[in-house]
Write a protein that binds this ligand. Structure first.
Ligand SMILES: [Fe+2]
Length: 327
């Protein structure tokens, strides 16, 4: 393997095999080509290793005592923290249904025993390359999220707003049973929804209320600006509608598109509900913070008058009630 350019870390591989001999052989093979590799001899040991230091690729034996390779693979692919690590299932089984089982568990590739070194190196090489691209996209994502936080930092009264929004939007999404991809989008949406305010001058941003019509026009551009900044990133495609539509109103009086009711996609409606609640519960220079009951009454009244999705507002308070019961 060619050394990574300066500043880029060397990629590592985790070999998971209950057979000490097989694991050692694979490690030696990989290291002979310059790939740093560590071995774990059970799914539990692999989980500890991954929690400690996430690898860039996992070679995973299918048949192991305890949790099988299929089960571990499925769990890794369902966890947003590990789902982007490529997993190659190593199997002695060649039955068609075993392969289907592997694909269903989310495996990225397969190797069949006995392993041919050149086949191993070819797959490892291409999957590590893919992981490198994914990491670059992830880095771009986190740069944008940090920018989102820097927008928040321009207004001292909104401290912690993005983080609370991300947490509550994720909780409401889970409460409603939306899929994991949408949950990730909701979390990012918490940080990115107001990214476009980066182009709104401080004097307008900090004024808060009583904007002149010209100032409003500038303020109302922020969903479009934010969408434009994030559009090149494919990984943010589900976040784009959240950014664009988080100021639409159910009665069509919102912006930028004046969408109505269910024409407003679900994810921005979810973010909107948690955003309004957070804004009501937070003190600003021009208004005091409301208590929970007051905020709930205000939101329900506004939903009835056509601003917000009434059903979603009701679900949100149902979720908060349940959270309070559990606490
Ligand atoms: Fe906004």
């Amino acid at each position: 393997m060619v050394d990574p350019p300066a500043g880029r870390r060397k990629q590592s591989i985790l070999v998971v095999d209950d057979s000490l001999v097989n694991a050692a052989l694979l490690r030696e093979l990989l290291e002979s080509r310059g790939y740093p590799a560590v071995a774990a001899h059970s799914a539990a040991a692999a989980e500890m290793e991954i929690a400690c230091q996430a690898p860039d690729l996992i070679l995973l034996d299918v048949v192991m005592p305890g949790k099988t390779g299929y089960e571990l693979c499925r769990e890794l692919k369902e966890d947003p923290r590990t789902r982007l690590i490529p997993v190659v299932l190593i199997t002695g089984l060649i039955a068609h249904e075993d392969r289907i089982k592997g694909i269903e568990a989310g495996a990225d590739d397969f190797l069949t025993k006995p392993i041919w070194p050149e086949e191993l190196f070819a797959r490892v090489g291409s999957l590590l390359k893919l992981k490198e691209f994914t990491d670059e996209l992830e880095t771009a994502d986190s740069v944008l999220c940090t920018l989102g936080l820097s927008v928040e930092a321009r207004d001292p009264y909104t401290e912690g707003h993005c983080e609370r929004l991300a947490r509550n939007a994720v909780d409401l999404g889970r409460f409603l049973g939306v899929d994991e991809e949408c949950i990730v989008a909701l979390e990012r949406g918490g940080y990115l929804h107001d990214l476009g305010k980066i182009a709104v001058p401080d004097e307008i941003l900090k004024k808060g209320s009583n904007l002149t019509p010209a100032e409003w026009d500038i303020m109302k551009q922020h969903p479009l600006t934010g969408e434009k900044i994030c559009r090149p990133l494919r990984s943010l495609r589900l976040v784009l509608p959240i950014i664009r539509h988080h100021h639409e109103h159910s009665d069509g009086s919102g912006y930028p598109d004046g969408l109505r009711d269910r024409d407003i996609p679900l994810l921005p409606r979810i973010l909107q509900v948690v955003d309004i609640y957070d804004a009501l519960r937070t003190a600003r220079p021009y208004k005091p913070a409301l208590g929970h009951e007051q905020a709930a009454a205000t939101m329900r009244a506004e939903a009835r008058s056509g601003f917000w999705d009434e059903e979603l507002v009701s679900e949100f308070f149902g979720m908060l009630d349940r959270r309070r019961q559990v606490a």
